[in-house]
Design a protein around this ligand. Structure first.
Ligand code: SAH
Ligand code: DHB
Ligand code: MG
Length: 219
């Protein structure tokens, strides 16, 4: 096993006290041979801590999968808070709702099934109140569009987190034809050009390999 994987396991064991039902959600997903798309334990706790630092009460997630990261975000907000999570795959959305209910978070989470772009446009049209934190984690080719729409659902101080942007180190490779790499590159370039956000990106290694994320705050 790679050393960074062993270190991740050491970190999980020593730092993170995951609720048993929450842990079962990732086990169920593993046992059902679903793709390994959820954030790791340490990344989940990191999202939770950001939401806490921000005192977030309203969080938007783009890309629910089966709700593992959604539950981390839901646990970070106070009673009366809301996580809206967008997922186009009907069976994932259904599993997510079941998992969120099982983890005791369904009082504060709404999973919206549909194409994220349509759901975001609907939230904008319906004048949904701005969010304190937005977690972008769906299809990478649409990240720039998600950013543009997310900014319309933001206010000063909104935290925007973009997952999976380093992609085994291919982020810097302008020649890579992979649409996911092209997608995250244009996302990062848009963040850099934007006059209304301040951003950084950090590279990560661990149980999910070599990747990284962006973190932005709306001015
Ligand atoms: N946030 C989850 C993982 C999300 S994986 C976690 O960490 O636990 C990305 C998800 O985005 C997948 O479930 C995929 O079905 C969904 N997705 C991909 N394209 C989408 C689109 N156009 N609209 C909405 N959801 C989409
Ligand atoms: C994929 C998506 C993710 O958000 C992730 O963290 C890992 C993998 C994917 O689409 O394969
Ligand atoms: Mg991700």
């Amino acid at each position: 096993m790679e050393k960074w994987m062993k270190n991740d396991l050491y970190i999980f064991e020593n730092l993170i006290d995951e609720d048993i039902r929450h842990r079962n959600v990732s086990e169920i997903s593993r046992k059902n041979n679903l793709p390994d798309m959820a954030v790791s334990l340490a990344q989940g706790q990191f999202l939770y801590l950001i939401a806490k630092i921000k005192n977030a009460t309203r969080i938007l997630e783009i890309g629910t999968f089966v709700g593992y990261s959604t539950i981390w975000l839901a646990k970070a907000i106070p009673d009366g808070g809301l996580v809206i999570s967008l997922e186009y795959d009907e069976s994932y959305a259904k599993m997510a709702r079941e998992n969120i209910e099982y983890a005791g978070c369904s009082d504060r989470v709404k999973v919206v099934q549909g194409e994220a772009i349509d759901s975001l446009n609907k939230l904008i049209e319906e004048r949904e109140e701005p969010f304190d934190m937005i977690f972008i984690d769906a299809d990478k080719p649409n990240y720039s569009t998600y950013l543009e729409l997310a900014l319309r659902l933001s206010k000063s101080g909104t935290v925007i987190y973009g997952d999976n942007v380093v992609r085994d180190g291919e982020l810097c490779n302008a020649e890579n034809p992979d649409e996911k790499v092209i997608g995250v590159r244009s996302f990062i370039e848009e963040l850099g050009k934007s006059k209304i956000v301040e951003s950084t990106a950090l590279q990560t290694v661990g149980i999910k390999g070599y990747d990284g994320f962006t973190l932005s705050v709306v001015k």
